[in-house]
Design a protein around this ligand. Sequence first.
Ligand code: MTE
Length: 325
Amino acid sequence: MSNILIRPPWSLPERDVTAEGVFVRRREFLRALGIAGAGLAVPGMNRVVAAGTTPAGVAASTSNAPQRKYPALRNPKFNPGWALTDEEVAAHYNNFYEFSLVKHQVHRMVGKFVINPWKIEIAGLVEKPFVLDAHELIQEMPLEERVYRFRCVEAWSMVVPWTGFPLSKLIEKAKPRSEAKFVRFESFNKPDEAPGMKGSNYPFPYFEGLRMDEAMHPLTLVATGIYGKPMPKQHGAPVRLIVPWKYGYKSIKSVVKLEFVADQPKTFWEVMGPNEYPFESNVNPAVPHPRWLQSTERVIDTGDRIRTLPFNGYGDQVAKLYGKS
Ligand code: MTE
């Protein structure tokens, strides 16, 4: 795949950026007037996690996962008091190439995506490979909410409350053998349900990887929900990964397989552009990407430009994994 030149959707036409910019400005304008327009949420409503509230436009694509476990209690260790990104803006600004290359189209393309039942295969260097049902897993695991920063390599960011459990808990269930040094994650392959996969030149299904110590790190989350509700399809239902100190593409959505391996696995974007999307991909303001300066980031709902922090602000917790303190 590496010789095939495909422009990553991140370098997508300015018209998208403009359209999204206009959208955000319109919201700000209406917010300033105190008006909730058609298809818009009540201003301020999404700043707090309120059980059972669903902004207009989010409901249609919300997953059909069991609701009983939501909202989960917020873990006070991951509750820094930052302003949350507007829920509807986050739900309409998605990178999910299996559905569309256009961020604000993704939520409209997920209607046919079947997320229940959903099998997850545990394979590779484990005591005994097995398959589990994602919804049973969600029912079984204690869920908590964590507010995390999320930073995309395209130099935008959001602050969202994820619901989920540490990946380490699933790895404990998987019982990897000592030779396992990496985890390879794979997403679904359902072109009949995901229009972006049909006839695509991208090397689907989407795949990612982490070192074992990164996968076991307490910050690495299996996310099952967002904003106090089960994961909407466009955010990666029914379960996805969140690795908050790495660029967003490492946080693979809609996972169907975890494979424990001895050698560093290839990743989707690494195959597409090995020099642009290396395996490690920790957020690093000092290393510019050929297309996006990484020293600052645009907050998707307010449009504010803020300084990017090393490891996306999680350096105290993770720098030691990379021999830095
Ligand atoms: N996972 C899959 N399966 N397919 C994708 O296209 N995009 C990645 C990541 N996980 C992607 C994926 C990228 S580039 C980003 S920035 C985040 O998902 C976006 O997550 P969000 O839409 O919930 O904000």
